[in-house]
Write a protein that binds this ligand. Structure first.
Ligand code: ADP
Length: 620
């Protein structure tokens, strides 16, 4: 099966509710973190730059301070009482003694020296630290140093500063001429004082790293975690290096001593402390974002679960209803819209169930009715076939006998056979007519020719037949149909058929010596006709079944073997009803039976309804 790409609309409701939230959170959060970190980063950078500048300034002030210290020291050394004379006289012992006092007073100096006019050292003192014992030397060649050469050649009391390398050590030094006279200086030698650059760097570095370069960019000294370069940049420059695996920012600043560019100070500070705040803030913001996302997911999940908890039963209920389980109901879990929805679904389910039950009941009723009709039809045809068979069998028997050459064919025989055939075919015709009438009645097409009739006249015509019937059966007859009865609306022939049928039945089912009565009375809007007998009666369980075609009470037999088709009452009922009346009976077994039917009064104002006459109909 080809799998279609999963789209948003195919996702479960739970994911649909959460995904937009999460995506939004992620975007907003990431953008927020980016902005905050960028802002904090630039702030940290600015703070770092400020710190660098401040420290660099501090270091340069210290250099300036040291410069002043050296100036003071060189002035002190060059103008000390007796120095000029000792230099002029090349009295190195006196010069050394005098310089020792300078060393004693200026404890930060690492170098103190005086030279003669040609720059040869008369007395030179060096010490590693202020606590070290000074080391005395003499005979050093100082004239080669630019600053010393300048001092030896200087016409006035000018000072010369710079870096010099003496005995393998770099020294920040100042040289001044030793004048023979205080006024109108004539240089007899030079005094040199200096501070070790390493010492200088250590003092200047504070909590950072410092590197000192000379005016040519050559590295002189390095202290602390200072970044170094082969050659220092010429202008103010900021660079970032990795020192011992740690990132440091370095600010290169050229510095002047005595108004001349003397070198470059490089001050380094590690960047990590400044940026650790940024990192910390970034981590905190990220954590807050993460917590917010987890919170959103948790709240979203909780809400979704709650909502889905209400939606799921609805889905299950609608599914169950769809599968025909009309008992299914959704639990109403809240009073909100979902609660209303559940309520609505339940109402719908109830209506559906009610409709379904009604439908089922109707279907059952219809099925039952159809089955009953089918059964009745089968029974009807079975009974009809049975009824048709007897006269047909007789006719056929007679026909066969007539065709049999061995049978004597006298006039008497032919007459008898002809009578039998006539009798049986008459029965057949009557049966077929009855069935036809019944079929028409069932189809609602029984045709009655209604007219205003005087019932006594109808009964009067029938009287001979009724009396004859009773007499032949050994019964007594009573007829009570008053002449003053109102006219009725009826079909004359049909009415006769009904009366004859009822009287015939009464005579058939009443033993000899019994009684048959025909009477009629007027009621409000109709005339009631009754035929009663003192016969065998009809058992109560038969009820209205006796009006069904071919129904005969089981065990009841015609008293004198008369023919019985079971169609008489069925037809009588349909005829009475077609005339607008009703027919009922009351009976008690072995006591007697009374059949009663009504006839509507004829309304003189209106002409009696004249139903269309069926030309095919053959009267009996
Ligand atoms: P049938 O041709 O058999 O008389 P009917 O439709 O006239 O057919 O009557 C149906 C059945 O009702 C009869 O078979 C009989 O069992 C019963 N019945 C009708 N009239 C009477 C009566 N007056 N007394 C007793 N039984 C009767």
């Amino acid at each position: 099966m080809k799998l279609r790409p999963r789209r948003f609309r195919d996702l479960p409701l739970f994911a649909k509710l959460l995904v937009p939230f999460l995506t939004l959170m992620l975007f907003v959060g990431a953008f927020g973190v980016f902005l905050i970190v960028r802002d904090l980063g630039s702030r940290a950078q600015a703070a770092l730059d400020q710190d660098l500048a401040r420290r660099s300034l501090d270091a340069r002030s210290l250099l300036r301070d040291r410069e002043l210290y050296l100036l003071e020291s060189v002035n002190f050394a060059a103008n000390l009482e007796g120095v000029a004379r000792a230099v002029s006289n090349r009295d190195d012992a006196t010069a050394a003694r005098l310089l020792q006092s300078v060393l004693a007073l200026k404890s930060d100096l690492n170098l103190v020296a005086v030279t003669d006019r040609s720059g040869v050292g008369l007395a030179e003192f060096r010490r590693e630290t202020s606590k070290d014992t000074p080391l005395r030397e003499s005979g050093g060649r100082w004239a080669g140093y630019e600053l010393v050469g300048g001092a030896l050649r200087a016409p006035g009391q000018a000072k010369f500063t710079g870096f010099l390398s003496s005995a393998g050590r770099d020294v920040f030094a100042i040289a001044a001429p030793v004048c023979s006279a205080p006024t109108g200086c004539s240089s007899v030698g030079a005094a040199v004082v200096g501070i070790d650059v390493d010492q200088l760097a250590v003092t200047a570095r504070g909590k950072s790293g410092v590197a000192l370069y000379d005016s040519k960019g050559r590295l002189l000294a390095r202290s602390g975690r200072a970044a170094t370069e082969r050659r220092a940049p010429t202008g103010i420059t900021r660079r970032t290096h990795a020192v011992d695996g740690i990132e440091v920012a370095t600010l290169y600043t050229p510095f002047d001593v005595q108004g001349t560019r003397s070198g470059t100070l490089a001050l380094s500070v590690p960047t990590a402390p400044a940026f650790s705040t940024v990192r910390g803030a970034g981590i905190r913001v990220a954590l807050i974002l993460l917590c917010a996302m987890v919170g959103v997911v948790a709240i979203g999940a909780m809400l979704s679960r709650r909502i889905l908890g209400q939606v799921r039963p609805l889905v299950e209920t609608s599914r169950a209803l769809g599968h025909g389980d009309f008992e299914a109901r959704a639990p109403v879990l809240s009073t909100d819209e979902l609660g209303e929805l559940a309520h609505g679904v339940n109402q719908m389910a109830e209506q559906l169930q009610a409709s379904y039950e009604t439908l089922e009941l109707r279907v059952a009723q219809r099925t039952e009715e159809v089955q009953r009709l089918l059964k009745e039809r089968t029974e009807f045809f079975a009974a009809l076939s049975h009824e048709l068979r007897t006269p047909l069998a007789i006719i056929r028997g007679q026909a066969k006998m007539m065709l049999d050459p061995s049978y004597p064919k006298g006039t008497k025989w032919v007459t008898q056979a002809g009578m039998t055939i006539d009798d049986s075919s008459g029965q057949l015709l009557s049966l077929v007519n009855d069935v036809l009438d019944l079929a028409r009645a069932e189809a609602g097409r029984m045709e009655v020719d209604l007219e205003p009739l005087a019932l006594p006249d109808v009964v009067k015509d029938l009287r001979p037949m009724i009396e004859g019937l009773a007499r032949s059966s050994g019964l007594r007859v009573g007829v009570d149909v008053p002449r003053g009865l109102p006219a009725v609306s009826a079909d004359r022939n049909r009415l006769r058929e009904v009366i004859v049928n009822l009287v015939d039945n009464a005579a058939k089912y009443t033993p000899e010596g019994g009684r048959v009565d025909l009477s009629a009375t007027a009621n409000n809007g109709s005339v009631i006709v009754s035929v009663s007998d003192t016969g065998v009666g009809i058992p109560p369980e038969s009820g209205d079944l006796i009006f069904e075609p071919f129904y005969r009470v089981r065990g009841t037999k015609a008293q004198r073997g008369q023919a019985s088709s079971g169609l008489g009452l069925a037809l009588a009922k349909r005829v009475v009803e077609a005339q607008g009346g009703t027919i009922t009976f009351e009976s008690e077994p072995d006591v007697g039976t009374t059949f009663t039917f009504t006839l509507p009064r004829a309304t003189p104002a209106k002409p009696a309804k004249r139903a269309k006459r069926d030309p095919r109909r053959k009267r009996r």
